[in-house]
Design a protein around this ligand. Structure first.
Ligand SMILES: *Cc1c(COP(=O)(O)O)cnc(C)c1O
Length: 360
């Protein structure tokens, strides 16, 4: 077996110990004589798994009982639609900050129909190089919430500090969930597609303050209401049982590493090695403003598109995949989520040094 160094943006690398554990339990989990995919979501065995996943999320992120933790389907993208449907009551508006591709997609959903959506700041003119400073944001009086994307997966930028808001702050944390210590109490809601840091695709983690769950207008379909899922412990219908199981295993793995503070340190070291190299020579250009550099998605350019294509194909030959930048921005992107080990970073850094010596 030869596993690659996986820098995919999503779906992305999963921790090897988690994959091995899932493999060992694939045919018979906990003496049940079946795989987790074959058991009833209403069984006591599965209840223990989903309870364990929720407890893991609560413990690692410090989520208090004021919040519900939900495992929903439809990925992060369904949340782009559910948030305005549920949390922006008729006659009111919502504030959105536009920091890049994913924030823009959330804005698009919020504008559907006659949706009142105020884009209170946009980094578009500056080519989405940075997150706004708190002083650059002024909020609308009738805004029901303020929506941000805390880490832009494609542009490789993140908020160094989160804005202070009166209205509930809602963050799309898909590409940085559980990668650093955050204060959940600063947020009305946090959500994430699982496939970057905490599991497989098709599953979304939603952490929502309980009082917000009650806001939903009556014309919202039952399935699309947060209350429906909160009242049924994410078992209103058949959930992504496999995905929830993997989340449980990942929270166990993160716990075994020492939790989010320990992981943040490792993530800062990993991204630091890449940024140090990028800053050391004019051969590389890292477009993200230093104030906003992501520790999960590191984006850079080479002197020409030809060199970038050569870089990607040579890297692939050397066992490093997923380095091509998103088609909308080009260049190179290394997604270095929690599961990407230090050895992968060291291999990439050493490949880059050789590449520069040869081509620079
Ligand atoms: C990947 C990603 C999404 C989309 O997630 P889906 O699960 O595919 O809907 C949304 N926001 C961010 C920040 C992402 O990185």
């Amino acid at each position: 077996m030869a596993r690659v160094h996986n820098f995919n943006a999503g779906p992305a690398a999963l921790p090897l110990p988690v994959l091995e554990k899932a493999q060992s339990e694939l045919l018979d989990i906990a003496g049940s004589g079946m795989s987790v995919m074959e058991m009833s979501h209403r069984s006591k065995e599965f209840q223990a798994i989903i309870d364990g996943a929720e407890a893991g999320v609560r413990k690692l992120m410090g989520v208090s009982d004021d919040y519900s933790v939900l495992f929903l389907q439809g990925g992060a993208s369904l949340q782009f639609a559910m948030i305005p449907m549920n949390l922006r009551r008729p006659g009111k508006s919502a504030d959105y900050v536009d920091t890049g591709s994913w924030a823009s997609k959330a804005i698009k959903e919020a504008k559907v129909g006659d949706g009142a959506c105020n884009v209170i700041w946009s980094g578009k003119e500056e080519k989405y190089m940075r997150a706004p400073k708190p002083a650059e944001l002024s909020f609308s009086a009738d805004a029901e919430y303020v929506h941000i994307c805390s880490n832009e997966t494609i542009g490789g930028i993140r908020y160094p500090v989160f804005p202070e808001t009166d209205a509930p702050l809602i963050a799309d944390m898909s590409s940085e969930i559980m990668s650093r210590v955050i204060d959940v109490n600063r947020f009305g809601m946090i959500y994430a597609g699982a496939q970057k840091n905490i599991g497989p695709s098709g599953l979304a983690l939603v952490i929502i303050r309980r009082d917000l769950i009650e806001r939903t207008p009556e014309n919202v379909p039952i399935f699309l209401r947060y209350a429906t899922h909160a009242n049924e412990g994410s078992l209103y219908n058949t959930p992504n049982t496999w995905g929830i199981y993997i989340v449980k295993l990942i929270t166990d793995w993160v716990e075994s590493l020492g939790g989010l503070a320990a992981l943040q340190k490792i993530n800062e070291q990993k991204s630091g090695k890449l940024y140090d190299l990028l800053d050391s020579s004019d051969f590389w250009t890292a477009p993200a403003d230093k104030s906003s550099r992501s520790i999960m998605n590191v984006v850079w350019r080479l002197p020409s598109e030809e060199l970038e294509a050569t870089f990607v194909s040579e890297a692939k030959k050397a066992g490093m995949i997923g380095l091509k930048g998103h088609r909308s921005v080009g260049g190179i992107r290394a997604s270095i989520y929690n599961a990407v080990p230090m050895e992968a970073i060291d291999a990439l850094v050493s490949f880059m040094k050789d590449f520069e010596a040869k081509m620079g």
